[in-house]
Design a protein around this ligand. Structure first.
Ligand code: ATP
Ligand code: MG
Length: 139
């Protein structure tokens, strides 16, 4: 075949290697709870929870109905403040700042300008009693 009749072919696109998953110690922690206990009146709904939630890593909270998934999530943006009987103990850090600390405005914790909208929080329920009833995702 003569050179001037050959089709010009674009270079083949070569898949780029994926970034290797980072180890837990290298990841950025967005939320961290330390000894988080939330009670309604005298009844604890979640008790002494230490948990880190990392940037760009989907975290799913799974468990049977009533185990405290929503209570836990509401503690991350102070929505439990709207429940008169709810009492929150321990620490919830958002990028290292205790959102229950002195001088924090609770209204900053929810809504358009708050971290609940920037840190996507979704929940999905299933109506079954034989397996975990619902999943709540953070990512
Ligand atoms: N406003 C409230 N007042 C009193 N008790 C509450 C309140 N909200 C939740 N609880 C209790 O706290 C516990 C945890 O409830 P929560 O709604 O957090 O569970 P859940 O895992 O989200 O359940 P589900 O899968 O049904 O959504 C349950 O025993 C529930 O009855
Ligand atoms: Mg729930």
């Amino acid at each position: 075949m003569e050179a001037d009749t050959m089709n010009v072919v674009a270079p083949i696109e070569i898949a780029q290697p994926r970034e290797a998953p980072r180890s837990a110690s290298d990841r950025e922690i967005v939320f961290e709870t330390r000894g988080l206990t939330v009670s309604y009146g005298k009844a604890p709904a979640v008790s002494d929870v230490d948990l880190s939630i990392y940037r760009n890593l989907v975290t799913a909270i799974i468990g049977p109905s009533g185990c405290g998934k929503s209570t836990f999530l509401r503690s991350l943006n102070r929505m439990n403040d709207l429940v008169p009987s709810a009492k929150v103990e321990g620490e919830v850090l958002y990028h290292g700042q205790n959102i229950y600390g002195d001088g924090v405005d609770p209204s900053r914790c929810a809504g358009e300008s708050g971290w609940s909208s920037r840190s996507r929080i979704r929940s999905r329920s299933r109506s079954t009693t034989t397996s975990p009833g619902a999943c709540e995702f953070l990512g």
